[in-house]
Ligand binder design. Structure first.
Ligand code: ADP
Ligand code: MG
Length: 756
């Protein structure tokens, strides 16, 4: 029944309206098109909540009517004012002849209640609906109250009686053609005839949790007798979403756990031991604990799939490097993937610095134990790249550092044992399988991120990874002071900011200035260099959120700000620019000179967002800071205060206090706890983005689950799902569940394709 095309219940003509307007194609889609809310018979909708341009359905009472001829043209106007007891809304109907409107006027008697649906407009500051569809509520549930044209009166009349005999009237997300009561009308016969449907939730599970069956839940959500009815049904549907997702994730984990992998047990007294001896600092307790975890994973006969999360600056690189050395000592190779070329180059340099002679085995001056660290990027000169490819394929390079270009098919490894993915939250199944194809057996995989991931996200987005966390920072780190610089209220604060920059430089330190745009010919704001913007994306432009009317000024750009500073407030300082449109040698050159202290001020885009590690940089000024996401700002400021001198981060904005954008900045200034900020971030954005589910997605399974609100549900679903998949890995005994999981996987796949 659920897979039947919707026209079997709606008729051919409205099937198109269902598909085009609401994206509903099957009977199942229709049943899962849940009411947005429920109007309560006798209770009026708060009219103050209406927003211009929205398609609204309101329960209101007729307060006044007026029928009058048009002033400048032939024709008549019927004006009806409806009220919720406080606010008012005007309904306007036009007609050529008076009698076309008279019957309506008789219908819409003062004091009658009804549902009125249409697009909210505004005329001379008064909100109104023009030619709304409406359905009057019978005084005693009586028939004959339907609105619309006289000829479809009889059609709706019977439904009106049925629908309004109930206390709770479902209000569906509707369109102009498909009013909420037309949707209810299509749903009713399905409910009446569907019988018992196959249920993706196993019966014992439903019993344990007290969930109604699928059929019963549809009945409860579409025709509730009480609030408790639909709430009970919704609890079930939310759980079902979480459960289907967790079953899929449990299956992925189970499949991954079955894959063979080469255990990598390091030979004693190899490069790892030599490295530990030359480490200039003591590993933190967290680094040691995670190191043991990784060693245990690597020694298993199944591939590791682990996420290492840790605050900015918590020292993830060293942890990863030790794991890579273990693999090298076991005779294998490791690859380190960075999200950008700048970062790949920096990793390459810092691995060399950390390893010293250990990174140059086989070369003059290299140590006996050790390996070779090779850089491989897309923009290398052909000859360099060819040599790097050979070293990877021949096995001389124990560690290959690069961007995602390493995933290309042409890159071959002699014996790839471990892949480390740095600063990437979305290293998906697809990339992992691309990698798996590179070895005889799939390599072990370690994904690292400094964006702290709340537990529920870890259980959903990363549900198929094991998670390790580094919570402490190495001792001796200095705190970063963050301040908001509100140029709206206090324009002179900006001058003070530039003075502070001069002071930092005067004290021998260096400063980043970050702008949201490159400038030149680019238009909007850029997320430079293809960082994964999906988690760190700034929210919607402030203009639209606040309904501001002034045209937005263009965002500050690197190529405009740099000359302005050189000519003015920062004259005389050694200032350079860095952005993603520069050729990669130029970027590399600037970064190297900045790292060497030959540049005082770096005006850059978000290319410096992750991983860049220059201990002497103590200051950062973020221009148009409100354009960046909370987690992104936290990442950015992690670039300063990496040494022993105190860090300073100034967030420049012209947003007024109290606006959502400004509040986010205040939150960033108020705490340096990344987990706390990840929560703020999550709360301030549409959660669909977090889960990567298209909100409007037609059948996207993740529609009702809210990762923060439903933490408990997700946890329970995970336990249940894991248990079920252990018993029935192929879901052979659970066909309805298997079908639901297939739909979810389908959606996910098509989303992935859309994004690609
Ligand atoms: P992130 O976790 O942000 O990637 P990094 O790995 O870049 O952090 O480490 C930040 C800095 O801290 C590096 O310069 C690194 O050498 C240094 N570091 C790492 N571990 C320690 C430690 N245990 N003690 C002191 N410094 C450390
Ligand atoms: Mg790092």
């Amino acid at each position: 029944v659920l897979d039947d095309p919707i026209r079997t219940v709606s008729g051919g003509a409205s099937a198109k309206a269902f598909a085009d307007g609401l994206g509903l194609e099957t009977v199942g889609d229709l049943l899962r098109h849940f009411p947005r809310r429920y109007a309560v018979r006798g209770e009026l909708t708060d009219l103050a909540e209406l927003r211009v341009d929205e398609e609204a359905t309101v329960m209101a009472e007729v307060a006044a009517t007026k029928l009058y001829p048009m002033k400048n043209r032939p024709g008549w106007v019927l004006e009806v004012v409806v009220t919720d007891g406080r606010g008012r809304l005007k309904l306007t109907f036009f007609g050529k002849q008076k009698r076309q409107l008279e019957w309506r006027e008789r219908q819409l008697r003062v004091g009658r209640h009804g549902l009125f649906a249409g697009k909210v407009g505004s005329f001379k500051g008064v909100r109104q609906l023009t030619h709304p569809e409406y359905l009057l509520v019978g005084d005693a549930g009586g028939a004959g109250d339907a609105g619309g044209d006289p000829d479809d009166l009889d059609e709706s009349a019977a439904d009106a009686a049925a629908a309004f005999a109930r206390r709770l009237i479902p209000v569906y997300p509707a369109t102009k053609v498909l009013t909420t009561w037309k949707i209810a009308k299509a749903v009713a016969p399905v409910l009446d005839t569907m019988g018992e449907l196959p249920d993706p939730l196993p019966a014992p599970l439903r019993e344990r949790h007290g969930f109604p069956s699928l059929s019963e839940s549809f009945e409860l959500v579409h025709r509730p007798a009480s609030e408790e009815d639909w709430r009970r049904a919704m609890r079930r549907f939310v759980f079902e979403e979480a459960y289907v997702l967790q079953v899929e994730l449990a299956r992925r984990r189970a499949r991954a756990a079955m894959l063979p992998a080469v255990p990598r047990v390091p030979a004693p007294d190899g490069a790892l031991a030599a490295f530990d001896r030359r480490l200039p600092f003591q590993l933190t307790e967290g680094q040691q604990a995670v190191g043991m975890q990784l060693a245990a994973d690597l020694a298993r006969e199944h591939p590791m799939h682990r996420l290492l999360q840790g605050e900015v600056g918590s020292g993830k690189t060293v942890v990863a490097l030790r794991a890579m050395l273990a693999v090298v000592d076991a005779g294998g190779q490791a690859a380190l993937l960075a999200p950008t070329e700048v970062l790949a180059q920096q990793h390459y340099r810092s691995l060399h610095a950390l390893l010293g002679p250990l990174a140059e085995q086989g070369m003059l001056g290299g140590a006996d134990v050790g390996t070779r660290v090779t850089l491989l990027t897309g923009s290398q000169a052909a000859s360099t790249r060819r040599r790097a490819l050979l070293e990877a394929a021949g096995g001389e390079a124990g560690i290959v550092v690069g961007t995602h270009a390493l995933l290309e098919e042409r890159v071959q490894f002699a014996d790839l044992g471990l892949v480390v993915v740095d600063e990437q939250h979305r290293f998906g199944v697809e990339q992992r399988s691309a990698l798996a194809a590179k070895g005889v057996t799939p390599p072990h995989v370690l994904v690292m991120t400094a964006t702290p991931i709340p537990r529920t996200i870890a259980m959903t987005v990363f549900g198929d990874l094991d998670v390790s966390t580094l919570t402490e920072l190495p001792a001796g780190r200095s705190p970063i002071a963050t301040h908001v610089v509100p140029t709206g209220e206090k324009p002179h604060y900006l001058e003070r900011a530039w003075e502070r920059v001069r002071e930092e430089v005067g004290a021998g330190h260096q400063v980043y200035i970050v702008c949201p745009r490159i400038g030149g010919d680019d238009q909007g704001d850029v997320q430079d260099e293809g960082f994964d913007a999906s988690v760190d994306d700034p929210d919607e432009p402030e203009g639209s959120a606040e309904g501001g009317s002034a045209p937005p000024r263009p965002l500050l750009a690197v190529l405009d700000v740099a000359p302005m500073l050189t000519a003015g407030p920062l004259a005389g300082l050694r200032l350079e620019v860095l952005h993603g449109r520069m050729p990669s040698e130029a970027k590399d050159d600037v970064m190297q000179r900045f790292a060497a202290g030959a540049v005082d001020v770096l005006v850059a885009t978000t290319v410096v967002e992750v991983g860049v590690d220059v201990a002497n940089a103590t200051g950062m000024v973020v221009m148009d800071a409100d354009r960046f996401g909370v987690s992104q700002l936290h990442q950015l400021r992690g670039r300063v205060g990496r040494g022993t001198a105190a860090g300073l981060c100034l967030l420049v904005t012209d947003l007024e206090p109290g606006t959502p954008g400004r509040s986010r900045l205040d939150a960033v200034a108020a705490t340096d706890d990344g987990f706390e900020l990840a929560r703020v971030d999550l709360e301030s954005r549409r959660e669909g983005d977090v889960l990567g589910a298209t909100q409007s997605g037609r059948r996207s399974s993740l529609r009702r689950l809210r990762v923060l609100r439903d933490e408990e549900v997700i946890q329970q679903a995970r336990v249940e799902a894991t248990e079920l998949v252990e018993r029935d890995p192929d879901l052979a005994d659970h066909p309805a569940l298997r079908a639901a999981v297939a739909v979810y996987v389908d959606d996910e796949q098509s989303e992935y394709l859309e994004k690609a």
